[in-house]
Design a binder for this molecule. Sequence first.
Ligand code: CA
Length: 224
Amino acid sequence: MNTHILIVEDEADLAQLMADYVRNAQLTAHVLGDGLAALAYLSDTMPSLIVLDLMLPGLDGLSLCQQIRQRSQVPIIIVTAKVEEVDRLIGLESGADDYLCKPFSPRELVARIKTILRRSQTWTAKEKCLPSFEIKAEAQCIYLQGQALDLTRSEFFILCSLLQHSGKILSRQQLLDNLNQDHLDVTDRAIDSHIKNLRKKISAILADYKPITSIYGFGYRFDC
Ligand code: CA
């Protein structure tokens, strides 16, 4: 899996410097200079880690951090120009994993990124080995790592089909047939948006866990 770092920083030179160092460490980097743009980006892409400046146009870094935390445990490193801010932020329980004060060495940033990634990847790999999904058919509920996924009826049936055929490709038509058996009125294209929602709901519980693979021109496969 590609390790993708999102850098949210409005000082263009600093953002570029950080991105260069991240790329030199064989990680991919994407830079955004606006809090609202970052929020929009995160609605369908979840990076492996986020480096977040506090003073941003659009939406400030602290609010952004709190909004991200409502749906994802993706690691976040906050960078700030104010040393005294750090104590306040920790007090506010912003949900960040680490803090760096400006000016900082980009090498130090990369070292922190690697440390946090190592920690979260070890954790993700460990979680992946477990039979982490549990289907409670009667309640039409699916649990991931003990947490209930908040699914619509269609999403429940699609995820059940994928889980029951884990490792095998299911076409949109096959997924559709399973839904129609249950008298749910769903179109071919709607399958794609249900899958999109399922991915979001799964990654809200396990940030780096992406078990549903799109098979271009055919359908989907669930890989545990
Ligand atoms: Ca700034």
